[in-house]
Write a protein that binds this ligand. Structure first.
Ligand SMILES: [Zn+2]
Length: 399
């Protein structure tokens, strides 16, 4: 039988005020994307990492979207665990919509308010603070932990997580500290954005029968979209693929001219296992069938953006370690679920790294909204849980 590991009482090392002050300082530092300039907030993160004693560097492809890479290195060899969180946030929007200063970091009734509180300066800040707990507790880990506080997540991630992976970032397991209320989201959906363009023949508005109305043809495509049944394997935690047609439409030139051109964008959300080429083929078949029924439908489609779905198997060690850490720290069993959105986890998963796509403080329901907040209690729990995960994932040889 394996020797039972002695667990750590993290409370003796937790400095609530320091954790909260750090998250507040992140909220108070510009992070909105656009512009996407994360130089200043990366410096705030870097300063804290250096103070904790992590080997820290700032990496940027364009000199503007700055990413922090901090490493906690053990004295013994072992696996690499990666924590990933983004430091860019969506714009606060109309400030008069907010009851709290979005860049104030105000605390009221146990809630810390501000842009990015939930999505996801809380998650990014607490993963860094977990490193401090490991240091304070004097734990010698076997292997290393890499913390990446990245830019560009809200605009696709190519200059953030994507760039770091291109530069050689790798790990044996990873956690994205996106908000999940400290439940475990094992999967997130993917997305496929594309544009369909229809071509018609222009004519005078008084003799529409002499033309082919491209907008009318587009309307027909959209109205028949329910016939596009995308093949997929049903997922146990996610609903099937969805299609939002005509999210942006333009066509026509003048009120009294039959339009010869119309374009519309479409937003498909995919489940794990769906492949870009397969989805493309099915859309093409759907359009081909429509133009057999109505030869005046002349439609072309083009890719805008494909984002993979991401998924981790529940039996992975990192999931099991996370589960028991939540139970130990909070006394409750984390819910196992999945997220309909997309996140940087897909980029990490594409490199074959097992990653929990969403495990962090705050709720995704708060993301991108006015009066965004995170519960202070969850920030403290998250810090302890991340430390506990590090201890139990990398400290296993010392038990
Ligand atoms: Zn996020």
């Amino acid at each position: 039988m394996q020797k039972q590991k002695v667990q750590i009482d993290w409370d003796q090392f937790v400095n609530t005020e320091e954790i909260v002050t750090f998250i507040q300082s992140l909220i108070q530092t510009p992070s909105e994307n656009p512009t996407g300039d994360t130089r200043e907030i990366a410096e705030v993160v870097q300063r804290k990492c250096l103070e904790i004693g992590l080997e820290t560097r700032i990496v940027s492809k364009d000199g503007i979207r700055a990413n922090v890479v901090a490493t906690l290195e053990g004295n013994k060899p072992g696996p690499t665990l990666l924590f990933n969180g983004h430091i860019d946030t969506v714009p606060a929007g109309d400030l008069s919509d907010w009851d709290y200063d979005p860049f104030g970091g105000v605390i009221e009734e146990g809630r810390l308010y501000g842009r990015g509180a939930a999505d996801m300066l809380g998650g990014t800040g607490t993963m860094i603070m977990a490193a401090q707990l490991i240091k304070k507790a004097g734990i010698d880990i076997a292997g290393k932990v890499i913390f990446t506080a990245v830019a560009d997540e809200e605009t696709g991630g190519a200059l953030g997580t994507g760039y770091l992976l291109e530069q050689g970032l790798t790990a044996d397991a990873a956690i994205c500290t996106e908000p999940s209320e400290l439940d475990i989201h094992l999967a997130h959906k993917g997305a496929y954005w594309f544009r369909i363009t229809t071509k018609g023949v222009t004519s005078h508005g008084s003799v529409p029968e002499q033309g082919v109305n491209a907008v009318e043809k587009m309307a027909k495509i959209i109205a028949n979209m329910n016939r596009l049944q995308l093949s997929h394997t049903p997922h146990k935690l996610l609903t099937g693929p969805t299609i939002a047609p005509g999210t942006l439409i333009e066509g026509g030139t003048k009120t009294n001219v039959v339009p010869s051109h119309c374009s519309a964008t479409f937003d498909i959300r995919t489940v794990p296992g769906m492949k870009h080429e397969q989805v493309r083929r099915e859309i093409q078949e759907f359009l081909d069938n429509l133009s057999i029924e109505d030869p005046d439908i002349q439609a072309e489609f083009e890719d805008l953006f494909w984002m993979n779905a991401a998924e981790i198997d529940e039996s992975e060690k990192i999931v099991q370690v996370t589960k028991s850490a939540v139970e130990r720290i909070t006394g409750r069993q984390p819910q196992i679920s999945a997220n309909p959105g997309t996140a940087d986890a897909r980029l990490i998963a594409a490199y074959g790294i097992p990653i929990i796509p969403f495990f962090g403080p705050g709720t995704i329901d708060q993301a991108h909204k006015r009066n965004e907040y995170v519960e202070v209690n969850q920030l403290i729990d998250a810090t302890k849980i991340y430390a506990d995960i590090i201890f139990n994932y990398l400290g296993s040889n010392s038990g």
